[in-house]
Every structure is written in C-alpha cells, then in structure tokens.
Design a protein around this ligand. Structure first.
Ligand code: FE2
Ligand code: FE2
Length: 165
C-alpha cells in the first residue's frame, strides 16, 4: 500500500467520523437553544461528507452496484463474525453496560443488513417494484416494508420508526 493510499484511508475515516460527530453536536446545540451553532455544525458536517466522498472516490472505493453490494456484504459480515462478538465480550468483562448495549444492538442489526444486501444482490433488477425501508430510531433495526409491532432488537414501537427516503 502506498503512503498516499494509506493517507486517503485515514482521511476518509477521519472525515466520516467528523460528519457524524458534527451532526450529534448540532442536535445538542439545538437542544441547548443555539440554532445558529446547530446550523454551523450541520454545514461543516455536509462539507465533511463531500471530503469523505472525494477521498473515497480517489481510493477507487466506488465500483459497480453488484461489486458495491459484495463489498457491503463483506463489511457487514466482518462486523457480525469477527468485530462485534469480541467487542461485546470485552465490554461485558469490563462491566461497560452502555458499550455492551450499543455493540449488541449494532451486532443484531448488521446481521439484518447483511441479509438485506444478500437478497438485493441475488435479485438485481432495475424494474423491481419499490419498497420503502423503515428504521428504528433507537437501535437502527432496518425493515423492508411497513413495520408493525415492536422492534425485535430493542422493543421500540413501530409508530416511532422512521421511513428512509
Ligand atoms: Fe450495517
Ligand atoms: Fe430498535
């Protein structure tokens, strides 16, 4: 790996994190009654997304949709098989309750993502009738089609689910 490839990967990771961090900061600024500062955080977050995408494109990270689905399956599978199980065990061993919960939620939802991606890869057709996805605002559980009942991962009622546009 060249130094520049390495740097692009680091910069992509950093800008991606900055984007999510600033969106979390914007939410807090709104809650604390600073709408202008919230706007600033959201503006910078949007710019960090552009930087992240530019870095990722320079890395050649975006390929055909079939290849992108394969990359997504690989990433989700890695999280389910090797990443989260170890993190959950370590958080439990250290008595870190919040971390244990957030790792477990992500672990459960990544399994769903992997399955949804696999299904999409096996059913690639531009004429597929469109189905909306709904996500749980607490744990991220992702459901194809209108959702009823309670989140199978965290018990949040379906009325709170958010439709993804
Ligand atoms: Fe995922
Ligand atoms: Fe949930």
């Amino acid at each position: 790996m060249s130094k520049t490839t390495d740097n692009l990967q680091d910069a992509f990771a950093g800008e991606s994190q900055a984007n999510r961090k600033y969106l979390a900061f914007a939410k807090k600024a709104d809650q604390e009654g600073y709408p202008q500062i919230a706007k600033l955080f959201r503006a910078a977050a949007a710019a960090e997304t552009i930087h992240a995408h530019n870095h990722f494109n320079a890395l050649g990270g975006v390929k055909s949709t079939a290849d992108n689905l394969k990359a997504a399956i690989e990433g989700e599978n890695h999280e389910v098989v090797s990443m989260y199980p170890g993190m959950i065990a370590e958080a439990e061993a250290e008595g870190e309750k919040k971390a244990t919960t957030t790792f477990k939620w992500a672990y459960e939802v990544e399994k769903v993502h992997e399955a949804l991606y696999r299904y999409a890869l096996e059913h690639m057709d531009p004429n597929t009738p469109l189905v909306d996805y709904y996500i749980c605002p607490i744990c991220g559980y992702t459901h194809a089609g209108k959702f009823e009942g309670k989140c199978p991962v965290c018990n949040t009622p379906a009325e709170k689910f958010v439709k993804v546009e």
